[in-house]
Ligand binder design. Structure first.
Ligand code: PLP
Length: 374
């Protein structure tokens, strides 16, 4: 390791997780959610790995993420589902990206790009079945279907998918889940009646939490994200046998003795109560170590857990290592799978009052991703 820090990504853990998720899918296809740089694990390497491990499709939020995959030579089907007016849909169609639409205005824009390029647009229609985020409300769904059917008859679009998304799949037994499934089935029935329900149309609704807990949500395809990276979609129910792929490691930039009563870092939130040794960790809130982590999370250094001593700064924070023999350049593990006693990402998330998704997607671009395993 020649950099101050690195995020080690265990590709064999990701493969293990895909194998496990395929069992849950019981024959349904998997679309790997690789948005936000594959949840901070690296878009292209992760995509290549999961496709090789049996995932058949990729899903991204933005068009730019889909285009980046094509630029890297990825040829698998890709769906981009968070689109705004005026994006380069002609470029998207030439790149063979599948596009999600939840309204007639976007559908018309996509159709215009289809006429301009001569490429029939493959679209997935999104129904709002109760999350009130993306998707067409039930009142707008028939009009969207009619518009799509017309454009399909004209050859501008081909409806290849019908989908929705859960609000509470990670809260087992939440009444909205069954309600959303009922609403989704109703939306599918209307699509069928509009002539958009053939067997070539992929129906999909499940995220990781639904995939591992709700057989009724499988349909033709599931869209796991967090579980592929080995992080539990329902932490209250354990780890489901998933293996955390990311280990965040830094090398101490400086180690020094300081006297009793030394105030440490901005604001002197931490003051030594004895002569002690401090270590300087070269990662800060610009790298995704939240300022809010001050005093809340631990790291592993010299074989022992250490609290963050004082404020997390933009690029660095301090740990107190007592009288232990630790030198500059020694490795500190911020989080990992937990095998050597280091905190896991779930422990960090619990202590920070957030979910693991937020921590991994915030690890910054200064931290190289280094791949291990195959
Ligand atoms: C992010 C996302 C997923 C994956 O969610 P996880 O909870 O990480 O499994 C699936 N579908 C859509 C539409 C998403 O935005």
């Amino acid at each position: 390791m020649t950099t101050p820090a690195e995020a080690r990504i265990d590709l064999s853990a990701i493969r293990h997780n895909i194998a496990l998720l395929k069992e849950h899918a019981a024959g349904a296809e998997l679309m790997g959610a690789v948005k936000a740089d594959a949840y901070g694990h690296g878009l292209v390497r992760v995509s290549e790995t999961i496709l090789d491990a049996g995932v058949s499709r990729l899903g991204t939020a933005t068009l730019s993420e889909g285009l980046a995959l094509r630029a890297a030579g990825v040829t698998a089907p890709i769906l981009s589902w968070l689109l705004t007016p005026g994006e380069p849909y002609d470029e998207a169609l030439r790149a063979d990206l599948e596009l999600s639409a939840a309204g007639v205005a976007l559908l018309a824009e996509i159709a215009a790009a289809a006429w301009a390029t001569g490429v029939t647009a493959k679209v997935h229609l999104e129904a709002d079945t109760g999350m009130s985020r993306g998707g067409a409300q039930p009142a707008a769904w028939p009009e969207l279907l009619a518009c799509a059917a017309r454009l399909q008859a004209e050859g501008a679009v081909e409806v290849v998918g019908l989908w929705s998304h859960f609000a509470c799949a990670d809260i087992p037994g939440h009444p909205s889940v069954e309600g959303q499934l009922d609403a989704f089935e109703q939306a599918l029935k209307l699509a069928e009646q509009a002539g958009l329900g053939g067997s070539q149309v992929i129906r999909h609704v499940a995220n990781s939490a639904a995939l591992v807990s709700l057989p009724r949500a499988r349909f033709d395809l599931a869209r796991p994200g967090i579980a592929m990276y080995g992080l539990s979609p329902i932490p209250e129910q354990g780890d489901f046998g998933l293996r955390q792929a990311m280990t965040l490691v830094a090398r101490l930039a400086l180690v020094k003795r300081v006297p009793d009563h030394s105030g440490v870092s901005y604001g002197h939130l931490y003051v030594t109560d004895r002569e002690t040794t401090l270590g300087l960790v070269p990662l800060g809130y610009a790298d995704g170590i939240l300022r809010h982590a001050t005093g809340r999370v631990e790291v592993l250094a010299g074989g022992r857990r250490r609290a963050i001593a004082g404020r997390v700064c933009m690029d660095q924070f301090v740990i107190d290592v007592d009288d232990d023999v630790i030198g500059s350049g020694d490795e500190v593990i911020l989080f990992g799978p937990g095998k050597d006693g280091e905190p896991t990402l779930q422990e960090w998330a619990d202590n920070l009052g957030t979910i693991t998704h937020e921590i991994v997607t915030k690890i910054g671009a200064r931290v190289p991703r280094v791949y291990e395993g195959t």
